[in-house]
Every structure is written in structure tokens, then in C-alpha cells.
Design a binder for this molecule. Structure first.
Ligand code: ATP
Length: 245
């Protein structure tokens, strides 16, 4: 909690197509080196929040119409997605969005395209270190299993040497075993590389087990936030997000 915030979203309002108000005064903070979970039901505005941070909102005719987003002490909400990636923020999209008709290796190289240095061999080895299975897959990425595609999507993000990764539903479509594996790797990336992670998840239990802090969104704003332990112990959270357990 004492670390300075790497990312700070302050009271933002987001509108699609000039009319539909989707975020209504959303604020959150991600300290340097932390894993922070952003939870909430379908349609609460979680993906929209990530797109507002990564600048991808404008590709869908969305806009931040109020408030601001600060990263590493600088406002970023006016920057285009490429400039935001160059600052060190990388989004792993929901549905993975790997390039199906390229190989794993080509997808990984693509992840490094914004870097100035062309010395990416060590980075590719590092990604294969985290995801050994990807090294063995020499065919087109479109033929990978769902779990392998998720790993490739994360690996591709790592190639950009990000400081902050925005992850949209890494557990989506994965078997319980693979969910465990992917979350284990997320924890490892945080611990070993000091990577800061903002994690959007439907799987609240899994997200709170690896995050230190969490925010719960409803209807475009935060309705509850606290340490992961406090949220996991909260009766309302248990009832609505942890399946009554
Ligand atoms: P999910 O888990 O289903 O992705 P979410 O919490 O991520 O939900 P968002 O995808 O951010 O929610 O969507 C929030 C609201 O914004 C929804 O009501 C959705 O219909 C609307 N919305 C999302 N994208 C657009 C868009 N491109 N144009 C108009 N409305 C949109």
C-alpha cells in the first residue's frame, strides 16, 4: 500500500457514440508491483475501463468525456494506443486476439514490434521459459487449444516488455486445470518480473486469490473496494460473486 500508484484512474466518464454513458465516475488505483482485480457482473463496464486505459476505446467510437487517467505521474487519456504501448502499458484482450494464420513465433515477434531494439532472442526464450508448450507448437496459432492461445496472448504481451499488463478475463473458456495454470503464471510474472497487473475477471475467487486489492463494479462505477482478503470475507461479495460459498 505504500508503493506510489503506477496507474490512477480518476473519476472517469465514458460515452459510446456520443450518447451511451457506460462509465459514470469510475476511480481506481494500481500501485507499482501490485496485482489488482477488477470484478463485476457482465456489462458492468470492466472491459470498457481497460480500453479507456489502453486508448483502444476510440477504435470503438468511445471516449473519456470527464475525469482523467494518470500513469507514472503523467496524464495518458489523450494518447493514442501506440503511444500508450510505448509507455509500457499492454492489454491482453478478451478472446485473446492472436493472429490465427501466423505461427507462435511470428505472433511473439509481433509483440515486440513497438520496441526499438531488435535483440529479442532472449525475450523469446524467456516467454518459452514461462510457457514451454509454446516452443513445441510450430504450426499456425489458429490450431492451438484455447489454453495455449491464452498463453500465447500473454507471451506476446511480454515481448513488448510492459510495465503494466491489463488482462481481460484470462480464465475465459479454459478448463479449471488450465485456469489454475494460467493464474499460477500470472502470479509468477508478478513475483519474478515485478510486473504490475490489472486483472479483469468473472472468476472472482481466482482473481482474489492472486490479487492484493480488488474493486467491484456495478453499472459503470466502483461500489466496493478493499484488500483481497477483506473482499473475500465480505458477505455480499460471497453471496453475489463467490457463488454463496
Ligand atoms: P463483460 O464481462 O460482459 O465483457 P464488462 O463489465 O466488461 O462486461 P463492458 O464490455 O465494458 O462490460 O460493457 C459495458 C456496457 O457498455 C454494456 O452495457 C455494453 O453493452 C456497452 N458497450 C460496450 N461496448 C460498446 C460499444 N462499442 N458501443 C456501445 N456500447 C458498448
Amino acid at each position: 500500500e505504500t508503493a506510489p500508484p503506477l496507474l490512477s484512474v480518476e473519476n472517469i466518464e465514458v460515452v459510446y457514440n456520443d450518447v451511451i454513458l457506460v462509465l459514470r465516475g469510475l476511480s481506481l488505483t494500481v500501485p507499482k508491483g501490485a496485482i489488482v482485480a477488477l470484478l463485476g457482473a457482465n456489462g458492468a463496464g470492466k472491459s470498457t475501463t481497460l480500453k479507456a486505459i489502453s486508448g483502444l476505446l476510440r477504435t470503438e467510437d468511445g471516449a473519456v468525456t470527464r475525469g482523467g487517467i494518470t500513469y507514472d505521474g503523467q496524464p495518458i487519456h489523450h494518447l493514442d494506443p501506440g503511444a500508450i504501448v510505448r509507455r509500457g502499458i499492454f492489454q491482453v484482450m478478451e478472446g485473446r486476439r492472436i493472429v490465427a494464420d501466423m505461427t507462435c513465433l511470428e505472433n511473439l515477434r509481433l509483440g515486440a514490434h513497438t520496441r526499438r531494439d531488435r535483440e529479442i532472442g532472449d525475450d523469446i526464450d524467456r516467454v518459452y521459459g514461462y510457457f514451454p508448450r509454446l516452443r513445441e507448437r510450430t504450426g499456425l496459432a489458429g490450431y492451438l487449444s484455447g489454453g495455449e492461445q491464452q498463453m500465447l496472448a500473454i507471451g506476446r504481451a511480454l515481448m513488448a516488455r510492459p510495465k503494466l499488463i491489463l488482462m481481460d478475463e484470462p480464465s475465459m473458456g479454459l478448463s479449471p486445470l488450465l485456469v489454475k495454470e494460467v493464474f499460477g503464471i500470472i502470479r509468477q510474472l508478478n513475483a519474478e518480473l515485478g510486473l504490475t497487473i490489472l486483472l479483469v475477471e468473472q472468476n472472482a475467487r481466482m482473481a482474489l486469490s492472486c490479487a492484493s486489492y480488488g474493486y467491484i463494479m456495478e453499472n459503470g462505477k466502483v461500489v466496493l473496494d478493499g484488500t483481497a482478503e477483506a473482499l473475500a470475507a465480505n458477505e455480499d461479495v460471497k453471496e453475489f460473486y463467490l457463488g454463496g460459498a
